[in-house]
Design a protein around this ligand. Structure first.
Ligand SMILES: NC(=O)C1=CN([C@@H]2O[C@H](COP(=O)(O)OP(=O)(O)OC[C@H]3O[C@@H](n4cnc5c(N)ncnc54)[C@H](O)[C@@H]3O)[C@@H](O)[C@H]2O)C=CC1
Ligand SMILES: O=C(O)[C@@H]1CCC=N1
Length: 267
């Protein structure tokens, strides 16, 4: 079957994660186009993933069956300037930008385009992405977006566009919360006398193992935590201190701040 041409406006971190997923899933490099103003970034993407690159958004948009908008929210309006007239009639526009609503995208691209809003995350780079999508466009367009997302991990649909703020706060930004935890664990391991290399390995493999248990076991996070926590033992000592220092409140407030920021970006 003929593969769709998937074009990216913006070739930054998140575009790269999706491109890596698509290439690993067997999507041809010649059927992936990326427009990106930075020459060094274009060269890197072309050399690493054998994709087509350009500095011209219109050229890339024109070729697209699926057009992925992968610039920062603040960069979106200028990036889309003049693109509307270039698009194929049945193009699927997939926006991964935090905050920007479908109605704002329709204002910038016109009413006739089919828009799918998606919130992916960077673990897409290693095939372990978590994406959520919202769209009121036809099923075909949702399925095209899912084709991209499922090449990079799991994908779910949400029923209301307003839920995208919470999705962004959980899975979009979420990898950073776990990375911060790994950073702190590693640094503390070093303070306690481990080498950098060993402390990194212990933190990373523990994160992987905990993640696999969360996704593969039929137990809840709370049940899995109880399994590790022997009464009066080391884990209990750690968790008591973390609660005492306000870790749950800090995480709760952080997630809410991310959701609020997503609402602010929506304008
Ligand atoms: N990084 C992440 O974990 C996630 C990011 N997102 C969303 O993905 C989008 C991109 O984020 P990142 O990849 O992190 O940003 P990034 O800054 O790494 O990538 C943006 C790229 O767009 C390019 N660019 C700037 N102006 C442009 C223009 N006018 N035309 C074409 N390209 C242009 C930049 O040179 C840059 O390479 C954002 O809207 C963000 O909300 C969504 C989910 C997760
Ligand atoms: O930090 C951000 O705004 C983007 C959206 C979700 C993850 N990164």
């Amino acid at each position: 079957m003929q593969q769709l041409t998937i074009s990216f406006i913006g070739g930054g971190n998140m575009a790269e994660a999706l491109i890596a997923g698509l290439r690993n899933a067997g999507h041809e490099g010649a059927k992936i186009w990326v427009s990106e103003p930075q020459q060094a970034r274009r060269d890197f993407l072309m050399q690493t993933y054998a994709v087509k690159v350009s500095a011209d958004n219109a050229e890339v948009a024109k070729a697209a069956d699926v057009l992925v908008l992968a610039v920062k929210p603040q960069q979106m309006k200028p990036a889309l300037n003049g693109l509307s007239a270039e698009l194929k009639a049945d193009v699927t526009v997939v926006s991964i930008a935090a905050g920007i609503s479908s109605s704002v995208l329709h204002e910038w691209l016109g009413d006739r385009v089919s828009i799918v809003r998606v919130m992916p995350n960077t673990p897409a780079l290693v095939g372990a992405g978590m994406s959520a999508l919202y769209s009121d466009a036809d099923e075909l367009h949702k399925q095209r977006a899912e084709y991209v997302l499922k090449a990079c991990g799991e994908s779910v649909r949400v029923e209301r566009e307003s839920q995208m703020h919470a999705v962004t706060a959980l899975s979009g930004s979420g990898p950073a919360y776990f990375f911060l935890m790994a950073e702190i664990m590693k640094a503390t391991g070093v303070k306690l006398g481990l080498s950098e290399e060993l402390a990194s390995q212990l933190a990373a493999q523990t994160a992987l193992g905990a993640g696999k248990m969360l996704t593969e076991s039929d137990r809840t996070a709370e049940q899995l935590r109880h399994q590790v926590t022997s009464p009066g033992g080391t884990t209990q000592a750690a968790l008591d201190e973390m609660y005492e220092m306000g870790l749950p409140a800090a995480v709760r407030k952080g997630v809410i701040a991310a959701s609020k920021r997503s609402e602010e970006l929506a304008g």
